[in-house]
Ligand binder design. Structure first.
Ligand code: SF4
Length: 121
C-alpha cells in the first residue's frame, strides 16, 4: 500500500487505469530505453511498434486500452517490472491531488481510498 496526504492506494488489479477509452500513457525517454531492453527490442523498433506518432505516449490498443494490458481473471501489465514512470506514480499525480479530478479517479480505480482511517484488507 502507498499512502500520501489525503488518500491511500493499494492496487486491486482492476485494470481500469490501463483501459480508459480516452486514456493515454505518457512515456519518457528513460521509459522507452527500459521497456525496449526488457522486450529485447531496439529503441527504434520499440518506438515504431509501441509509440504514437507524437512520440510521447503509447499507442492505443483495442478500445483505447494500453497495448501492454493483458486480460484474465485479474488484469495484468505485461511490462510491470519496467512499466512507465507515469504508471508507477498512479494515482499520486499532481493533477489528482484534490477536487473533481480525484473524485473521478476514485470512481475509476477501486484501489484509491479517501478515508485515511479505513483499514485496508
Ligand atoms: S504499461 Fe502497464 S501499468 Fe502502464 S497502462 Fe500499460 S498495462 Fe497499465
Amino acid at each position: 500500500m502507498d499512502e500520501r496526504p489525503g488518500y491511500r492506494f493499494r492496487c486491486r488489479r482492476s485494470g481500469n487505469c490501463c483501459a480508459r477509452p480516452e486514456g493515454m500513457v505518457r512515456i519518457e525517454a528513460e521509459d522507452t530505453r527500459r521497456i525496449a531492453a526488457h522486450l529485447g527490442l531496439g529503441e527504434a523498433a520499440f518506438r515504431s511498434r509501441y509509440l504514437a506518432a507524437s512520440g510521447d505516449r503509447l499507442v492505443e490498443g483495442l478500445g483505447g486500452r494500453c497495448p501492454f494490458l493483458e486480460d484474465g481473471r485479474e488484469a495484468r501489465c505485461t511490462v510491470y517490472p519496467v512499466r512507465p514512470e507515469r504508471c508507477r506514480s498512479w494515482p499520486f499525480w499532481p493533477e489528482l491531488r484534490e477536487g473533481a479530478a480525484l473524485g473521478a479517479a476514485q470512481r475509476l480505480c477501486p484501489g484509491i481510498s479517501l478515508d485515511p482511517s479505513r483499514e485496508e484488507r
